[in-house]
Write a protein that binds this ligand. Structure first.
Ligand code: AMP
Length: 512
């Protein structure tokens, strides 16, 4: 039997293929039959290009139903899908093209000029454009990809794939050093999607409100794959917009977002229990959900957000339970099939026991764990232990019941005067202070201590907090070596598109 992900999705849609699969913000409807025919045309086009097996199809386009169809067509034709963040500009695209050597690049028409120069210089054989779709002005999807695909048949026999064959390369966001291409196979992605379908109790009549970008693991492999695997309808929003989300929530049963989405919903006028009356499940991930947001969401809507944890290299690793207790400040329990352990950061590398409050490096193994970094065998070897565990680069602790709390990235660990300081622990204490909206703790070079614990704080608008207040309160709450040596107040924290705080930016800003 083929392990091609596309075949797995196709098997989940009812045989008559008339059920709506995607409804766009512009009121276009795509049944599974439409998607099958459109993806067949694109798969035929890609196959006609005489590409070697394993060829990469790099895609940097705005979100649209057609962009998702292109992903499906790539899988169907047996090539490797390589989505790129729409924010990337020339220097970044040059790096990705040089590194991944895609045979095909699909871009937005407005970027064609500069991308063509980079792509052709690098030897990319085919460059197509794909527009974001009908923008309410009567203009249908355009671009050379669809124009060319229209001349190909709407039937295509999905290419046979083994579980270990590559399906997708996801470039990590690369906050330190160069971004690395995580190679995920059909087996990695398919197994994870099936586990999540069971774990999150996907139901026959579920409707997913899809507001995430399609170039990231969250929007593509967790959200879109979840709905596809369940044969469910998705309502596609081009991007997150609190007012539009509130309008569509009553028609939906599942919503997935990064923590910032939930923060913004809570500040949106009119977002209440009634808006969420038909929602079965709210999922959060990709960055830590603040305890305040978790609690405020329950108070406002009666819904407990389910937080999960994963990364481009491994897909999803842990999740709070669907039916059991969802614990705020934790990312839940290892998913079925995932073996997860915490190892002490010292050279002994011992296992850290549950419920000890001890912190350790998170290591994982499972059918979802990737096949390595593209073109980086040494880096890949470094990131796996001798017994086959992947070193996630995250540090965490396990409570008595085995719930995992993420303490931060190991590279964000601060070593001050020889002591290890975990930023998350300090941030949690600062966030408890009256008048603090949120905070980020970083280490900056210090002559005596090596690194000085430094806090960057966003105050609530009405708060009159001073540096001296913060330091006095911290001294009363935690050991002296953890108390920030510097406190800065900022209007907001720098975040990337997935809502992650960019600590590298803060280190640059406050470190000199
Ligand atoms: P990405 O590959 O862009 O999805 O980034 C993965 C990283 O995001 C992980 O290694 C974690 O550091 C972080 N992350 C993902 N989910 C969570 C979560 N629920 N809480 C805290 N950090 C998270």
């Amino acid at each position: 039997m083929t392990a091609n992900l596309y075949a797995l999705f196709a098997s989940r849609f009812p045989a008559d293929k008339t059920a709506c699969c995607i409804e766009t913000h512009y009121g276009q409807y795509y049944t599974w039959g439409d998607i099958e025919r459109a993806s067949a045309r694109i798969a035929n086009l890609l196959s006609s290009l005489d590409l070697p097996s394993g060829a990469r199809i790099a895609v940097q386009v705005e979100k649209s139903a057609e962009a998702l169809i292109l992903y499906l067509a790539t899988l169907r034709a047996g090539f490797v899908y390589l989505p790129l963040n729409t924010a990337y500009r020339a220097a970044e695209i040059e790096y990705f093209i040089g590194d991944a050597e895609p045979a095909v690049f699909v871009c937005s028409p407005q970027n064609f000029g500069w991308i063509a120069q980079i792509a052709f210089k690098a030897g990319t054989r085919h460059l197509f454009t794909l527009d974001e779709g009908e923008g309410g002005n009567g203009r249908r999807n355009s671009g050379s990809l669809l124009a060319r695909a229209m001349h190909h048949p709407d039937q295509f026999e999905t290419v046979e794939k083994q579980a270990d064959d590559l399906a997708v390369i996801l470039y990590t966001s690369g906050t330190t050093g160069r971004s690395k291409g995580a190679m995920l196979s059909h087996g990695n992605i398919g197994s994870n999607a099936q586990v999540l379908q069971q774990y999150w109790h996907w139901q026959a009549d579920d409707v997913l409100l899809h507001a995430l970008p399609l170039f990231h693991i969250h929007g593509l492999l967790v959200a879109a794959n979840g709905a596809l695997l369940n044969g469910s309808k998705m309502i596609f929003l081009p991007k997150f917009d609190a007012a539009k989300v509130c309008r569509q929530l009553p028609r939906s049963t599942v919503f997935m977002g990064v923590p910032t989405y939930y923060v913004r919903l809570l500040t949106h006028n009119g977002f209440d229990r009634d808006t969420c009356r038909n929602i079965r499940l709210f999922v959060s991930g990709s960055a830590p959900l603040l305890a305040d947001t978790f609690a405020e969401f329950i108070a406002r809507t009666g819904h407990t957000i389910l937080e999960r944890y994963g990364m481009s290299e491994t897909a999803m690793l842990t999740s709070n339970p669907y039916a059991g207790e969802r614990r705020g400040g934790t990312v839940g329990l290892p998913l079925p099939g995932v073996s997860l352990r915490l190892m002490t950061t010292d050279s002994n590398g011992d296992d850290v026991a549950c419920g000890t409050d001890d912190i350790g490096d998170i290591q994982v193994k499972g059918p979802n764990v990737f096949h390595g970094y593209w073109h980086m065998p040494e880096k890949t070897a470094e990131e796996f232990t001798a017994d086959g565990y992947f070193k996630t680069g995250d540090v965490g602790k396990l409570d008595r019941d085995g719930y995992l709390a993420i303490v931060g990235r190991s590279k964000d660990l601060i070593i001050s005067g020889g002591y290890n300081v975990y930023p998350k622990e300090i941030e949690s204490v600062i966030d408890e202070i009256d008048g603090v909206l949120e905070s980020a703790v970083i280490g900056i070079p210090h002559v005596d201590f090596g690194e000085a614990v430094t806090a960057v704080i966003v105050k609530r608008p009405e708060a009159k907090l001073t540096t001296a207040d913060v330091i006095a309160l911290m001294k009363a709450a935690i050991a002296n070596f953890k108390v920030p040596k510097h406190v800065f107040f900022a209007e907001e924290l720098p975040r990337n598109t997935m809502g992650k705080v960019q600590k590298n930016v803060l280190r640059e800003r406050y470190g000199t």
